[in-house]
Design a protein around this ligand. Structure first.
Ligand SMILES: N[C@@H](CCC(=O)N[C@@H](CS)C(=O)NCC(=O)O)C(=O)O
Length: 202
């Protein structure tokens, strides 16, 4: 297997943290997205959307979408479980992973997409979308702060895929001026804890 990676990217970071939590390491190839190496015909053969991460399998086929890559790795390496062990746990982790994807990660990604130098000229940037996404992200952070008042991790007592999605979102948040407000003490406690894990800088 070969992981086509983009070190600063939010979605590729999910896969690296996931691998590190499993104690796995894969051969990696860094793709120079700033230099548009993700738009070459060779790369578009791997992922016609031109996005990272991409997991290339030994038979030459590919898995794209960070959550699908993690799902595949979880099936191959179930220990330690990051997507729940029982049917009930799996549903709980999936529910929170999807919530983190759509409610938190997506608005923060939109702030970056519509406001950053990196995406200038790559996508149609609409400043009002960035502005609206910023307020949606802050609302999601406030909601999550309340949720975390009652439990250690996002989907329950154990660290999971949902935490990985949210922590990677907040790492990008720091870069776009969306730091956890100090009054959100539960979210700040959680973010400090997940950031202190040895895998956080994978
Ligand atoms: N839904 C995809 C999103 C992948 C994505 O947007 N990757 C970004 C980096 S975080 C990318 O490759 N951007 C380069 C570009 O669009 O030119 C996933 O979860 O893998």
């Amino acid at each position: 297997m070969l992981l086509h990676d983009l070190t600063p990217g939010m979605h590729p970071r999910r896969v690296r943290i996931f691998l590190a939590e499993k104690g796995l390491s894969l051969p990696r190839r860094e793709v120079d997205a700033a230099g548009r190496a993700n738009q070459t015909p060779e790369f578009l053969r791997l992922n016609p959307l031109g996005r990272l991460p991409v997991l290339e399998l030994d038979d030459g086929s590919t898995v794209t979408e960070s959550l699908a890559i993690c799902r595949y790795l979880e099936a191959l390496h179930p220990e330690p479980p990051l997507m729940g062990r029982t049917a009930r746990e799996a549903a709980q982790v999936e529910m929170w992973t999807l919530r983190m994807e759509f409610e938190l990660s997506r608005p923060i990604a939109e702030v970056f997409l519509h406001g950053s130098e990196f995406y200038r000229g790559r996508v149609e940037q609409v400043p009002e979308v960035a502005q609206h996404a910023r307020s949606r992200a802050l609302a999601a952070m406030a909601w999550l702060d309340g949720e975390l008042a009652g439990r250690e991790f996002i989907a329950g007592p154990a660290y999971s895929m949902a935490d990985i999605v949210a922590q990677c979102a907040l790492v990008l948040g720091k870069a776009v001026g969306l730091r956890v407000p100090p009054e959100m003490t539960h979210l700040a406690r959680w973010f400090a804890a997940v950031s202190a894990r040895p895998t956080a800088r994978a």
